[in-house]
Structures are given as structure tokens and as C-alpha cells.
Design a protein around this ligand. Sequence first.
Ligand code: ZN
Length: 273
Amino acid sequence: MDGQFANLTVLGSGSSGNTTVLSFGALTRKCLLIDAGLSPLAVRKRMAEACIPGLVVGAILLTHLDTDHWQRGWARQLERNPVPVVVRSGHRAKALEAGVPASCLRVVADTFQLGTLASVTAIEVPHDERGSTAYVVESVAGRVGYATDLGECPRAMLDAFTDLDVLGLEANYDPAMQRASPRPVFLKERIMGPSGHLSNEQCADAVAEISIRSHLQRLLLLHLSRDCNTPALAAGAIARRCGELADRTIVALRNEPTASVSFARAACPLAAA
Ligand SMILES: [Zn+2]
């Protein structure tokens, strides 16, 4: 059976808005959005630019409800075209308060089936008061791990991020740039603390562990700080720690789509059927 491939397309990544599209090749026109931090119009435009044509959004997975991950403009869009909006139970109240229509809200714990599209595992990761959510999305085309906005990588996440084909992981800041920045001390402490964001080195440490138990076709570095990081520093940290991944590493762009990553599971049991 042909078409057992998937595409991961980051439409925007960083504090000015996060949305990533996961589509499933010839299997279905339905795609998943991870986060809806760009407006529906921006998502439509950037999908037209960067994704295969004819996709329709089948569900939205939210990592958390900060405004760079959930844009209120989606509320009206979802009332017209309802699709499930997935959050962990710890984000339920905040999601309703932030305008996610109750009829669309799907509160999950652990692993759940998203129709025929994929099996999804949601894992709580530390970030500010309510945490963020890391996801593992498994389809016949392969297994994707995705985590952004987290102060550190908890054991539960590292254990779930096994056997991955593609990994998207935050590489938010370079510690020296962060320390030297003119930001107020409390903000630096929040960002660099255990409920803030991942540094390049923390990201590289996690990638080193995850890659041993995976067969990563691509690594995407997400949510780089505009002021306290550079693509070269983030990619350099990976190259130093996991040299074999250097030519498979892509740094997600901030304000425009990053080239689509296409992947397929080499040893997919259904592909052989
Ligand atoms: Zn964010």
C-alpha cells in the first residue's frame, strides 16, 4: 500500500506564535494542528504556502493556553467548523476561560485514540503554573515526539519518547546570552528555572538520550528565543552532543513556515500488509 508517509510542517515557532501541521500523506486529507497560536487566517495562508494542497484540520492538540499557543480568534472559527481541541485535564478550566468552545473541548489523560488518524499520548511537562503538554503522535506512517515550553524534561516524557521517527523539541535559549541580556532578573530566573524553558544544552542532553532509543529521521529545534539564541548556537549544541544528527537537524523558523519534513516508518507492519 502506497502513501504511508506523513509530513510535519512548522508554520511558526516562538513567542510570536506557534502552530505545527501533521498530515498523513495519501491516507487522509485530515491533518492535526499542534497548537493554534497563529490566527486561523495566518494558518490558512501558511498552509497554502507550505503544505500539500487540500488538507482540512481534523483536530487541534494544545500544549498549553499561553497566547502564543492558543489565539482567541480560533473560538469563532471552531464554532463554525467544530473539531476536537485536545487538552490535558489540568488545562480544562483555562481552556474554557480562554475561549475554547466547550463543545469542541476534549480533555484527555495518557493515551487516547484520535479517530482513525492517530494514537496520541499526552504527558505533563513543567512550565509555569499549570505546565505544558508534550505529545507522542503515532500513526501508520510513524511516531512523532513533540515538546515545547518546558523547564526540564521529566522522566515520564523521556520514557514515552522512544522509537521516534521525528522529534520536535524546544531549544529556547543560550545561557550566556540569557545571562547577558537586559531582561529583568526575575524573568531570567523564570526562563532558566525548572518551570521555564529548555536551554540549548538541556535540549541536546535530552536529544542524546532519546536518539539512542529511536531512529530519528529528523530533529526539529523549536521555539528559539529571538533575543537570547541563534539558529547556529542551537544547532551547534546538537552537533557537539550528537554529531550523527547534525545533518538531520532543522531549526524551525519564527515567522514563516519551515520546509516540510516528510517521513515514513521503514518497518511499518501495516505497510507490509
Ligand atoms: Zn511559548
